[in-house]
Design a protein around this ligand. Structure first.
Ligand code: ADP
Ligand code: ZN
Ligand code: ZN
Length: 733
């Protein structure tokens, strides 16, 4: 006898779908994309139907039955589910976890797929009387009336999570105790008139619009401040007039308010943002509003790429080169790449913008797959300043700051400018040193040093989060001569406060800006010129627009010059160009903008090439080097990582995995490297090792993965240690 089965994705880390029995008469309701409740082991689980039910011969397996259907219609349009399936296959990640990453928590937990309805209600005189008269057992009704008594014209949400139920509200409305007003007009209205485009912008817009109909990918290459965002707005406007939706990706949560703000000023309330700083309820509402078409422009970070657009018309990826587009744990997807897949599937244009395109994007341009659109001039007319080097061997720094740098800061402040100091390390100092025996404070759980944090008075490991009080004496020799070694943001901030008393110095790093909208508020202060000196990490290098900023100082560029990471120089080139681009963006800047880079390696050939010839030429050189080494974008990489209590265990697992690959008929041209210990062997108390797979073409590599990974998953060791697969890894550790 045949069984009727339905394939479901469950939020479990297994690379497979699960089959369940379809109860008689349920087949029609079990459409692909509908959520179901299911028995799984001893638990109940929420799953997502992947395909309509099918008949299958009875194989004697004891299938369980679907317990409940949660949705009357699929959660999202069909191409949404297709994207998830494509991603699960490409990244070889369990489909259930991919689905989980694409859904807001409330939907994962099985809440109704309906946006909360805020209703504008007020209590009538009769209602106030009823509140006094109602018996105590009518607690829900009383709760509702009491809430409204608190605040007239309250906008309240009715639903299970608010404790206010729809039945009580219906009764109160019928009895005339409560009055409902029409919901008020949208909160944000479009207010901004578009500026007249510059000649360069008009030409670039023309080129962007000249893309053939259907899917296309364009790389909009323009210096910071060249007016790219204005072009995004023009393209979005066109998509909106055609009744389509727009996806705009930004690399970081800190950049979304600024970008969303510009779209909102132009288009009003149809613009929403989506990022991890929002409450789960807000994310859920926004997700549903995108699906239902109430949101037309979504500006968000990585996970916004999974929003359920029903009429996508345009995809924009701002700061395309940014490494933050890659999810670094769990489901390790690259949002920029998925955005392109989405555009291709939807048959709509994708525009990638950057002042410093990734080598991947440049390679696509060369291969003729992306169109290149250049926007060479800045709106202000002034070209980005030419960076100058300060040789730290001639001018030894104190607390990271050399005299020539301090003198220039002073000059710019006197003239009414602002200065930005960039340093790649947060905390006070990268480690604590014993001056007598040269002991350096180690993390007990990692092969790494503890960072000194002065404001918290702690030593903190940036790799595992381990914290401890700084020792009073050296654990190794007992000396009390312990000194912070090197510098981080806190130390530079302190030194600048001491040197420039009365000037307002602000620090921008993860510690200082934790929580809420602190970053947005501080950025407003900077634009209002209330902050005179900015000290910060990466987050200051990107995207921001500071009209009065005239001096940029880079505390130290050298780390990248010695790095073993094959992307280090590309990153350094991007970072220095981006950070330099913060200076002199507008005519308001009082002095000609300057960029100063402190280094102990003023003759380093790649650094000089970057400064003399600019990022584009550096990128060209690096593309040649990558091609010679067979590294991305001239090759494709996959990393199998393992972590265990002992190194031997991690290595043994990877060796077994390697043997499986080596004997696989699908091995083909794929090369295997390792297993080898990870660059940081021990992290958070666990030993780490990795096996690298590489190939010059994507196809063979992915063919191997499809047959090999299920075998790896079936290895007995696979259940005894932590392992993960990283397709197109960004960091090789
Ligand atoms: P990018 O995105 O390339 O960094 P923006 O679009 O943010 O550049 O433009 C830089 C600045 O110039 C912004 O303050 C923006 O409002 C302004 N701007 C852009 N285009 C024009 C224009 N055509 N006329 C006047 N100002 C413009
Ligand atoms: Zn010592
Ligand atoms: Zn640690």
């Amino acid at each position: 006898m045949a069984l009727e089965l339905v394939a479901v994705a469950l939020p479990v880390p297994l690379r497979r779908q699960f089959d369940y029995l379809v109860p008689p008469g349920w087949a029609e309701r079990l459409q692909a994309g509908v959520r179901v409740e299911l028995p799984f082991g001893r638990r109940r689980c929420i799953g997502l139907v992947l395909a309509p039910p099918r008949l299958s011969p009875d194989d004697g397996h004891d299938y369980k039955a679907v317990a409940r259907v949660l949705d009357e219609a699929p959660l999202a349009p069909a191409d949404w589910l297709k994207l998830l399936q494509w991603a699960a296959d490409y990244y070889q990640h369990p489909i259930g976890e991919v689905v989980a990453a694409a859904l807001p928590a409330a939907l994962r937990e099985g809440r109704p797929a309906q946006a909360r309805q805020a209703r504008c209600l007020s209590l009538t005189v009769a209602g106030r009387q009823a509140l006094l008269d109602l018996p105590a057992r009518s607690s829900r009704l009383r709760g509702l009336l009491a809430a409204l008594d608190h605040e007239a014209g309250l906008r309240i949400e009715v639903g299970a999570d608010t404790g206010l139920d729809a039945a009580s509200l219906r009764r109160a409305l019928a009895a005339g105790w409560v009055l409902e007003q029409a919901p008020s007009a949208p909160v944000v209205a479009a207010s901004e008139l578009p500026p007249v485009l510059t000649a360069a912008q008009s030409r670039a817009l023309g080129e962007l619009l000249a893309a053939p109909p259907g899917f296309s990918a364009s790389l909009l290459e323009g210096a910071t401040g060249s007016g790219k965002t204005e072009l995004y707005l023009r393209l979005a406007e066109q998509a909106l007039t055609r009744g389509r939706q727009v996806l705009v990706l930004a690399p970081e949560i800190g950049l979304t308010p600024q970008l969303a703000g510009r779209f909102q000023a132009r288009f009003g309330a149809v613009v929403a943002s989506y990022h991890s700083g929002m409450s789960e309820a807000e994310r859920n509402d926004t997700w549903l509003a995108v699906r239902d078409g109430r949101v037309r422009v979504l500006v968000g970070t990585r996970s916004a790429v999974f929003a359920p657009f029903s009429a996508l018309g345009l995809v924009i990826v701002d700061e395309e080169h940014d490494a933050s587009y890659k999810q670094q744990e769990g489901f390790r997807y690259q949002a920029r790449d998925l955005a392109l897949v989405r555009a291709r599937e939807a048959g709509v244009p994708a525009v990638l913008g950057s002042a410093t395109p990734s080598l991947e994007a440049l390679a696509q341009v060369r291969a003729g797959r992306y169109r290149q659109v250049l926007l060479p001039e800045r709106i202000s007319g002034s070209p980005p300043p030419q960076p100058q080097l300060i040789d730290l061997r001639l001018y030894p720094p104190r607390h990271g700051l050399s005299e020539p740098l301090l003198a220039r800061i002073d000059l710019h402040l006197q003239a009414g400018g602002q200065a930005l100091l960039f340093i790649n390390r947060r905390g006070y100092a990268p480690t604590l040193l014993c001056e007598v025996c040269h002991w350096l404070a180690p993390c007990p759980r990692c092969d790494a040093r503890m960072t000194v944090h002065r404001t918290q008075g702690r030593l903190i490991c940036h790799h595992c989060g381990h914290q401890q009080a700084p020792p009073r004496e050296c654990p190794s020799c007992g000396s009390t001569r312990l000194l912070p070694l090197g510098e981080g943001t806190e130390r530079v901030e302190d030194a600048l406060r001491n040197r420039f008393p009365g000037r307002r110095v602000e620090r921008f790093d993860a510690e200082r800006l934790r929580g809420g909208d602190r970053l947005a508020r501080l950025l407003d202060e900077v634009r209002a010129r209330r902050v005179e000196i900015l000290v910060g990490t990466q987050m200051l290098a990107k995207g921001h627009d500071f009209p009065a900023l005239s001096l940029v100082g880079v505390i130290n560029a050298d780390q990248a010059l010695y790095s073993a990471d094959f992307r280090a120089l590309e990153r350094l080139g991007q970072l220095l160009t981006q950070v330099a681009g913060r200076a002199g963006r507008a005519a308001e800047s009082p002095l000609p903008a300057e960029v100063l880079i402190q280094t102990r390696e003023p003759a380093h050939p790649q650094l000089l090439a970057l400064l003399r010839e600019g990022y584009d030429r550096l990128a060209e050189r690096l593309l040649v080097e990558r091609a010679e080494a067979g590294l991305p974008p001239s090759g494709y990489l996959v990393l199998l990582r393992a972590e265990a209590a002992q190194m031997a265990m991690a290595q043994a697992f990877l060796r077994s995995a390697r043997e499986l690959a080596q004997t696989s008929p699908a091995l083909g041209e794929v090369q295997l490297l390792g297993p080898a210990p990870a660059p940081m062997e021990r992290r958070d108390g666990r030993y780490r090792a990795q096996l690298l797979l590489s190939a010059s073409r994507r196809g063979p590599l992915h063919r191997l993965l499809r047959s090999w990974l299920p075998q790896v998953e079936a290895l007995p060791d696979a259940r005894r240690l932590r392992w993960s697969l990283d397709v197109d890894p960004v960091d090789l550790f």
